[in-house]
Design a protein around this ligand. Structure first.
Ligand code: 2NF
Length: 275
């Protein structure tokens, strides 16, 4: 044997290193795959847990059925191809008794309206019913070929129209508006130039579904700050009135945030008639 040529011992060691290296890489791939699968599964379990816990706060619903009706809308689907009708089974699984004369709609006033309704039991928003409560503030979507619920990398509000979150709110807002009865209130934002927008869910879905056979009046509460940008004379409200079912009375009140706060403090005794 010539000097420098690897002997049979050296060769077998090299082979062993290669085999060990390949095995190591395989183990690593398997570990990564298991971790990814667990993380995804955890995403589904966590989301489902929040959903079911929120559902259980309401009496009379089979929350497992409600969850199944909800997830069938988007699971395994292209997250840009979930129309609002996909949530019809969810709406059918969550019937609710409308609180006539106490229903509260809103647009561009999410924080102020919920601060107000949280302090008093006088008004009921969509988010106070099982329909809206289960998913309020959450983001979710599915993926083709997967049975999981994802909570990251979901299409945003503007990425595509038929995304699971936007279609959900369109559908449940329609259901809430379909049930609107008696004297109905809607809080709009007097700090922006056009408090009423025909493109908003309030303007494009809820308002159009208000029906004079069930509803007597629509009472707009224009929430104003110290130097309001808009009030009840705002032009956008003319468009609102034109779109409102003719048999429904229209009223509008400018209400300052300070007045609103006072109303919620006094609401235990005087429900409603504060503006
Ligand atoms: O998250 C909710 N609870 C929710 C979402 C959408 C609609 C509730 N709603 C129902 C409520 F019952 C109200 O009566 O519809 C009415 C409010 O909808 P709106 O479109 O008239 O009012 P906005 O303040 O313009 O939007 C409501 C919410 O939708 C989301 C955001 O969470 C906002 O608070 N949203 C709207 N536009 C965008 C956007 N461009 C958006 N999120 C991300 N990007």
């Amino acid at each position: 044997m010539e000097q420098g040529e690897p002997g049979p011992r050296k060769k077998s060691w090299r082979r062993r290193y290669i085999v060990l290296g390949v095995l190591g890489a395989l183990v690593l791939i398997v570990v990564i795959a298991v971790v990814v699968a667990l993380v995804l599964r955890n995403d589904t379990l966590q989301f489902k847990g929040i959903f079911i816990d929120r559902c259980k706060k309401f009496n009379g619903y089979d929350c497992k059925k409600v969850w199944e009706a909800f997830e069938q809308a988007y699971v395994g689907r292209d997250p840009c191809d979930v129309p609002m009708e996909a949530y019809d089974p969810f709406v059918a699984a969550t019937p609710f008794e409308p609180a006539c004369n106490r229903m509260m709609f809103w647009s561009k006033t999410k924080d102020v309206v919920h601060e107000f309704t949280a302090k008093s039991d006088c008004f009921v928003t969509l988010e106070d019913t099982v329909l809206g409560a289960v998913a309020d503030g959450l983001i979710w979507c599915g993926k083709e070929g997967s049975s999981e619920t994802f909570t990251t990398d979901c299409p945003g509000w503007r990425d595509c129209v038929n995304n699971p979150v936007r279609s959900f709110w369109n559908r449940v807002s329609a259901a809430f508006a379909d049930a609107a009865c008696g004297n109905v209130t809607a809080m709009l934002n007097g700090s922006i130039e056009t408090p009423f927008s025909s493109q908003s869910i309030f303007g494009s879905i809820e308002l159009l579904r208000f029906n004079s056979t069930r509803m007597e009046s629509l009472n707009i509460v224009m929430v104003t700050q110290k130097n309001p940008v808009a009030n009840c004379t705002n032009e956008s409200l003319n468009i609102l009135q034109r779109k409102l079912d003719k048999g429904i009375q229209y009223y509008c009140n400018d209400v300052s945030e300070a007045q609103l706060e006072e109303c919620s403090n006094n609401s235990q005794t005087t429900c409603g008639a504060c503006w």
